[in-house]
Design a protein. Structure first.
Length: 389
């Protein structure tokens, strides 16, 4: 039975998404009560299922796929067949939202474009996440997180020009665009509650990365100046005898003086009194900091820095962060009993509602696990054994 206390209970989402951008969006909708029906390719499913390049049941239900697909139901449909298309159209009649993250134009070619689906269900909301947008010179270019990092200017930023350009190792663009897609869907649902009409929602990896740089873009457009928060002269990552720490030398009247006090050295602020002078002498100042931080432990320096009310933190690995009590207190780890993987721990939702906390209603589905159930529920007009085309 649906949990009617959840804010999205009663909302049905037909999910064509794969990999990261779309699935992280539809999982958040599912976490807060939406009935998310994941439409998957027969025998293969979401591309994340083939993360290990194997076809065993364990491989098709790997941890990467599981991390993005809890609380969803899976149906196998051959969307290129006439029968499969009719099944999708039947689902659309019962749906509120359709979500995809294909290249621009793919849904139209499949017969599932907005105009076609709106004719079936005027209230339908069609939400798409692309690489670069639905129109324009890059509309049909393959979209991927690393490409968006490169083309948006994000990859060009470094804390120091001597550091080689590199790929940000976490899916920054996919996750950001996925959360923007959630925002767009929720706004469209609110609009439909007033007008009764659905609409199209679109986001792209590229736009999300441009938007993330709104401060930097404003500084460039208005003043012609480069704003790089990581390159600030008193901010940096420094090795200690047993690890590393980060210091943010900003948001104080005289952070250089306070850093020097924490390090137990002569105050350098009279010789380098302004931000402009500190920028011009960043290599020297950072060298002084580096030399002294290397003489003692991370905990020693954190205590000294925090004693001066400076923003600082240890640099930790993911396993250490996951084991931190704060992670558990914040509800960021959830336990799921998976029929293939057994008991697994996944990252929970970062959004916390006091009156409607996210719940685990379904384990990440096996490929086509709910095909028979969904066909019967919506009378899709196909025998279960023919559901995959």
């Amino acid at each position: 039975m649906p949990n009617t206390t959840l804010p999205l209970a009663g909302i049905r989402v037909i999910d064509f998404t794969q990999v990261m951008l779309g699935p992280c969006a539809t999982q958040m909708l599912a976490d807060f009560g939406a009935d998310v029906i994941k439409v998957e390719r027969p025998g293969a499913g979401d591309l994340s299922r083939s993360f290990y390049g194997e076809t065993s049941e364990a491989a098709l239900n790997n941890a990467v796929f599981a991390s993005l697909n809890r609380n969803k139901r899976s149906i196998e449909i051959d969307t290129k067949s006439a029968q499969g298309k009719e099944m999708v159209y039947d689902l659309v009649r019962h749906a509120d939202v359709i979500v995809d993250n294909f290249r621009a134009g793919v849904m139209d070619r499949l017969g599932f474009g907005y105009e076609r689906l709106r004719a079936i269900n005027p209230g339908i909301i069609c939400a798409s996440g692309t690489g670069f947008g639905a129109t324009g010179p890059y509309a049909h270019k393959g979209g991927q997180d690393v490409l968006a990092q490169a083309m948006s200017g994000v990859m060009d930023k470094r804390s120091d020009p001597s550091i080689p350009k590199s790929i940000y190792p976490t899916t920054l663009c996919d996750y950001t665009a996925g959360m923007h897609l959630v925002q767009g869907i929720l706004a469209a649902l609110l609009a439909r509650a007033k007008s009764g009409q659905g609409q199209q929602v679109s986001v792209s990896l590229y736009d999300s990365m441009i938007a993330m740089q709104m401060q930097e873009a404003a500084q460039w457009n208005v003043h012609g100046e480069v704003l790089n928060w990581a390159a600030m002269p008193l901010t940096g990552v420094f090795d200690t005898t047993d690890g590393a720490l980060v210091v943010v030398g900003a948001f104080k009247t005289n952070p250089l003086r306070d850093i020097c006090t924490a390090l137990g050295i002569e105050d350098l602020s009279p010789a380098y009194p302004t931000l402009a002078i500190q920028r011009a002498n960043k290599p020297y100042l950072q060298g002084v900091f580096r030399e002294h931080f290397a003489t003692n432990t991370t905990d020693h320096w954190l205590e000294r820095l925090e004693g001066q009310d400076l923003l600082c933190a240890p640099v930790r690995s993911l396993d250490v962060a996951l084991a931190d009590p704060q992670t558990a207190i914040n509800g960021m780890l959830v336990e799921i009993d998976h029929p293939i993987l057994g008991g697994i721990t996944l990252v929970g939702s970062p959004v916390h509602l006091s009156e409607a906390p996210m719940t685990i209603r379904h384990a990440p589905p096996r490929l086509g696990e709910h095909t028979d159930e969904i066909i019967a529920e919506f009378n899709l007009g196909a025998a279960p054994e023919r559901a995959a085309g």
